[in-house]
Design a protein around this ligand. Structure first.
Ligand code: ME8
Length: 678
């Protein structure tokens, strides 16, 4: 159980955002991710530097200021402040906020332009092409779709004028060599590397790097011709070194080559082609990595002001919390692919992963330690298969976590932590501390088993708290505080590669803690709707899961009222008691081949053996791995039925909300499998 050997420094950047737009979800995502990676590298003992800021020059900013009727400088000052405040609200802890209107930045840009000009890599000439103001760059014919910019859906403007041009083509071969041979992980994930290599298969054109002041004067003046300002990308990209006080700053020599640029897929070309060739021309070593993520979409498509579907991360944080927001965006988006943000999936993840799973682990383990051991962490001498299983899951989780963090499969890193959260909850149910507590005063074996159970619960929790600290700093700090475990220890142990089992010291007193993630009302409401027989009898449990639609079991006498009573919409108490409802615990879950709806579950109903096989139509709403360990309500006396050639020996209860989503009925994790529901 060791963490990767840490190089000593880590430098991460976000794009500097255009000040004609708001700090919306997409920008909030990149910035949050940079914060997560910074905290992760600090945990590994690296000295970190995190740069974000605002891109304040160029045509679209000048147009936006004009629209507001204020001078551009006043406009950019106001919006830069909005960004700072937004990141503060999201609890982003950057090292420096850079603005391209900073005098220091202007001087660095001028210095680089002069150097590249003096060595003959910038020439004056005619330049013409299709300019997209939205992208602030010329688009090649190949990039246009039906004559329009695919990102902005606008027809670019044809611009032809005398301008200064950077000999970018000169560096094409060196760039290809770098991407393919020198640093194969320069651009990641792989799909974006391939996209760039695709671009580089065509001869690279030189890059126009100026705008005549007569047309647009909101920019940095060229040091060698005062009639022109620098092209906005040539200016903006250089922020990444100004931020480290290039050329002479201590930070530049310390951090530059450990640099990771985080960007969205919209600005791959400027970062993967313009920027490295600019650096080559300026004689500056290249950065370490360009890490690209995809877009956040909404259920109604791309976020856009005109559609009114732009998600404001500040509102989300206000309604939930920083940690919930951070967890959701990092867990929900498969890194590198587009993700869909919806409050529905946010609530589902909140209730399933945070309230039910992590929240319960915290409250159960602390409550039981208080109830059975006066809050004192017991020593664990007893070691059986259940303890080995949990420890081996902890080992797998730690290894997977570091592997996925290193490969930037961020969502998977979190998934691996939740595998341990799940396993710890399952472990509690299997060791049944409440049963052991009945005899532990007189039976030394029961006492040892209870000590072990409590220790293993708490130690799993400690490990989880350490691993989630980059993602959920407040939650992690609360859990470590509950466990009387110092955050400095957590950090130290990652540095020395000792994240492993057994760091929690027996004898310390844990706090009682508090509910970290109370279940959210939306789900509560759904549950009530289903359990109130008078409101919606047709939506009762027997009709809820999609399995029922195809399952002959739905028509079994046990679950169906008599014809007379059914027509009246009521059933007698006797009829109700014919239905045997039991608490079940999902032991295993997998998709059913060729079925979009069905999951095949193995469910422990307290009957011994391997548990029952139950098919449930919830595949669209739950990932199999998120179900393992979960307690569910089961109709236990349904006549078995075959679905897709597989036998189903019962039915899991779920409720359907107004949008047609299915949500499993919540069962307290304290209830043991087989407990009767009535
Ligand atoms: O391009 N989903 O600034 P910008 C995910 N100033 N991320 C998104 C997103 C979405 N729907 N929308 C935006 C610029 N982003 C230049 C950068 S850097 C030297 C100059 C994020 O304000 C994502 O990181 O348009 C994307 O690359 C960036 O915001 C674009 O920000």
């Amino acid at each position: 159980m060791t963490s990767p050997t840490p190089p000593s420094t880590y430098y991460v950047t976000t794009p500097i955002y255009y000040v004609n737009g708001d700090p919306h979800l997409g920008r909030g995502y990149t910035t949050t991710l940079a914060d997560v990676l910074t905290r992760y590298h600090r945990l590994l003992g690296r000295e970190t530097f995190f740069l974000t800021g605002t891109d304040e020059h160029g045509e679209k900013i000048s147009q936006a200021a004009e629209k507001r009727g204020i001078p551009p400088q006043q406009f950019v000052d106001e919006v830069a402040e909005t960004y700072r405040k937004a990141w503060e609200t999201l609890r982003i802890e950057y090292s420096r906020f850079i603005r391209t209107t900073d005098p220091q930045h202007k001087a660095v840009v001028a210095g680089i332009l002069q150097k590249v000009y003096d060595q003959g890599d910038i020439y004056f000439g005619d330049y013409g092409g299709n300019y997209c103001v939205g992208c602030e760059r010329f688009l090649t014919d190949k990039e246009l779709v039906d004559g329009k910019c695919p990102d902005h859906q606008t027809v670019p403007q044809y611009v032809a004028e005398k301008n200064y041009v950077f000999r970018m083509s000169k560096y094409q071969d060196r760039l290809i060599e770098h991407i393919t041979k020198v640093a194969p992980d320069f651009i990641r994930p792989e799909r974006y590397k391939n996209e760039v290599l695709g671009l580089l298969r065509e001869p690279l054109e030189d890059l126009c790097i100026s705008r005549p002041k007569s047309r647009m004067d909101w920019g940095i003046e060229l040091p060698f011709d005062s009639n022109f300002v620098a092209y906005v990308w040539f200016d903006a990209l250089i922020n990444y070194i100004t931020g480290l006080d290039y050329p002479d700053g201590k930070n530049f020599s310390k951090f530059w080559t450990s640099c990771e640029h985080l960007i969205g897929k919209d600005i791959v070309k400027p970062h993967a082609v313009f920027w490295p060739t600019m650096l080559m021309a300026a004689g500056i070593p290249l950065f370490d990595h360009l890490t690209v993520h995809a877009y956040w979409l909404t259920p109604t498509g791309k976020m856009s002001k005109s559609l009114g579907n732009v998600v404001d991360p500040i509102q989300v944080v206000k309604e939930y919390s920083h940690d919930v927001f951070r967890y959701y965006i990092c867990r929900e988006m498969t890194f590198g692919l587009d993700g869909v943000f919806s409050f529905d999936t946010l609530d589902t993840r909140y209730n399933a992963d945070l309230a039910n799973n992590l929240g319960n682990l915290v409250s159960r383990s602390l409550a039981m330690t208080h109830k059975y051991r006066n809050g004192v962490v017991p020593a664990s001498a007893h070691h059986e298969d259940l303890e080995s299983d949990l420890q081996s899951q902890a080992k797998t989780t730690v290894a997977d976590y570091f592997r996925y963090m290193t490969s930037r499969e961020i969502h998977r890193a979190l998934e691996s932590v939740w595998a341990l959260v799940n396993a710890a909850n399952v472990y509690i149910d299997r060791t049944k501390p409440w049963t052991l507590a009945k005899t532990d005063a007189s039976d030394p074996a029961a006492k040892a088993a209870l000590d072990a159970s409590l220790y293993h619960q708490l130690e799993s929790l400690r490990l989880v708290a350490v691993l989630i600290s980059p993602f959920m700093p407040d939650t992690s700090a609360s859990i470590l505080r509950f466990l009387s475990y110092s955050p400095e220890n957590a950090q130290k142990e990652c540095v020395v590669g000792n994240t492993g089992w057994g760091r929690l010291q027996p004898g310390v007193t844990v706090e009682k803690g508090e509910a970290l993630f109370p279940r959210r009302e939306k789900t509560e409401k759904n549950v009530n709707e289903v359990s109130a027989p008078t409101t919606k009898p047709e939506q009762s449990a027997t009709t809820a899961p999609a399995t029922v639609a195809t399952a002959p079991v739905a028509a079994t006498p046990a679950a169906t009222p008599t014809a007379d009573a059914a027509s009246a919409g009521v059933i007698s108490i006797d009829e109700f008691f014919k239905v045997k409802l039991r608490v079940g615990q999902i032991l295993a879950a997998e998709k059913v081949a060729k079925s979009e709806k069905l999951l095949k579950l193995r469910v422990d109903l307290g009957e011994g053996g391997e548990g029952r096989q139950i098919l449930s139509g919830i595949a669209k709403y739950y990932q199999p791995e998120d179900l393992v360990g979960r307690k569910v309500a089961v109709v236990a006396n349904l006549q078995p039925a075959k679905l897709m050639g597989l036998e189903s020996q019962g039915m899991i209860l779920a409720a359907e909300d107004a949008t047609g989503n299915l949500e499993l009925i919540a069962i307290s994790p304290l209830l043991a499998p087989g407990a009767e529901i009535r």
